[in-house]
Ligand binder design. Structure first.
Ligand code: EPU
Length: 419
């Protein structure tokens, strides 16, 4: 298991290229199962999660190749069963369900396991598949669906915590080959869902309204092969924005899509960070007077839960008191105790963190617990005095392409140690 050793205190400067979005790439790769023809997806970040998704497709019988950021899939004949051994390592594996059901009117996929960021149910996915006419049952840890044919319907996909990102993508992927018209209400508006809809339309689907809460899908007989490039990763971009801000640096984020980062940019500016658009890039400068900011996470276009931990690290060293409220995963605070080990002053009140900015953090050994919490700890290490050792960085390797190399190129003193 690798760990990062970080010597904090360097203001980051220079340029960093933002990779393709993990959370778009995963359902995009799954969507290729909807056709027997060849699909090519460019700009796929080389991560353990994306490699795993390509491996699942191979396991299902597709030819899937992942080379130099391009995934090529030919799913001529596929199995419709993905059991626990195949999917257990990654919740997003469940994204193959919609394509399998859409193409073959049946699917059997292991129920995704628990997750350190809190409960992650799939009831809304199942509700959507049922509304399309599938009989869905859970038996022996498998979600089993069968249908004579899928038939379009109006489906409300909102839950206690709002819309569902992979649920919307999954039901949309099943509905593209259903008979008639499907309307998904309270659909997730995240750019990753829009990217999947765009790819499906290139494959011949007829999806309208992507990016709005109402998706209208006119079912088609079949889809064909297509080529697509994944959108830039807005969460990676926000993480590097934080790295620039927290170190009082000056960083150009190449290819970052500012239009996907409205809520994040707004909060950064409120906290005194300079954020500018510059052609296709963004430039972030942390040289201003910093101020605390209150944040509430929400579905897109609100402030993303996937940036909550990183923003909390920034607020931990910003004078004043900030309140950060988590509305998507009310238990997603694994980073709080570890930040405390570096000297941060953060207390939890239900789903809110009260963050009292401290003058400095001081390096210590800490433990990464999940992807975004790990990113928050690395950010803390960049600004902490002395040496911070972040253990279990395999979490971060699931979602950040070469984060250590990218930070080093900006001047950070970060080393990967094999243990
Ligand atoms: N929910 C339900 N029932 C469902 C599905 C979701 O109650 O059937 C609840 C969840 O428990 C949560 C809320 O609805 O409270 C939103 O969950 P959502 O389904 O949108 O999450 P997801 O699709 O499983 C994706 C990202 C997550 C990101 C969330 C929220 C992927 C592969 N994962 O998960 O990303 O946090 O949307 O934006 O796209 C990450 O990248 O670190 C990560 C965890």
């Amino acid at each position: 298991m690798d760990r990062f050793v970080i010597n904090g205190g360097v203001a980051l400067k220079g340029e960093v290229a933002i990779s393709g979005s993990k959370n778009a790439a995963l359902p995009l790769i799954a969507a290729t199962l909807l056709t027997a023809e060849r699909c090519v997806i460019h700009g796929v970040p080389n991560l353990s999660d994306t490699r795993y998704m390509a491996a699942i497709l191979q396991e299902l019988g597709a030819e899937a190749k992942f080379e130099d950021g391009t995934v090529t899939v030919e799913a001529k004949r596929i199995k419709t069963v993905a059991d626990y051994d195949v999917v257990r390592k990654m919740r997003a594996s469940f994204c193959v369900f919609g394509p399998l059901l859409g193409r073959h009117c049946k699917a059997k996929v292991s129920v995704p396991g628990g997750c350190v960021i809190g409960p992650r149910p799939i009831d809304m996915h199942i509700k959507g598949f049922r509304a399309l006419g599938a009989e869905v049952d859970i038996q022996k840890g498998l979600v089993i669906a069968n249908a004579k044919e899928l038939v379009g319907n109006t489906i409300f996909l909102g839950g206690r915590f709002g819309s569902t990102v992979t649920g919307t993508a999954n039901v949309m992927m099943a509905a593209v080959l259903a008979k008639g018209t499907t309307v998904i209400e309270c659909a997730a508006c995240e750019p990753e869902v829009v990217d999947v809809a765009e790819f499906l339309n290139k494959m011949g689907a007829q999806i309208h309204g992507a990016g709005s809460p109402t998706l209208t899908i006119h079912g088609v007989e079949q889809l064909h092969g297509a080529e697509h490039t994944v959108i830039a990763d807005r969460i990676e971009a926000a993480t590097f924005m934080t790295a620039a801000a927290i170190t009082n640096g000056d960083v150009r984020l190449k290819g970052a899509r500012a239009e996907h980062l409205g809520a994040v940019i707004d909060k950064f500016r409120e906290s005194g960070i300079r954020v500018e658009r510059s052609g296709p890039d963004m430039v972030v400068k942390g040289d201003g007077v910093r101020k605390p900011a209150d944040v509430v996470t929400m579905p897109y276009p609100g402030f993303p839960t996937d940036v909550q931990a990183q923003f909390m690290t920034l607020m931990a060293v910003t004078p004043g008191i900030s309140v950060i409220t988590e509305k998507i995963y009310p238990e997603r605070f694994m980073h709080v105790a570890e930040l405390g080990r570096l000297g941060a002053d953060i207390s939890l009140e239900g789903a809110s963190a009260i963050v009292k900015g401290v003058a400095r953090l001081s390096g210590a050994p800490i433990m990464a617990s999940d992807l975004r919490a790990s990113a928050a700890l690395v950010l803390a290490g960049l600004v902490a005095q002395g040496k911070t050792k972040v253990n279990r960085v395999y979490h971060i390797d699931r979602g950040y392409e070469k984060i250590d190399d990218k930070l080093r190129a900006l001047g950070a003193r970060i080393e990967r140690q094999k243990q």
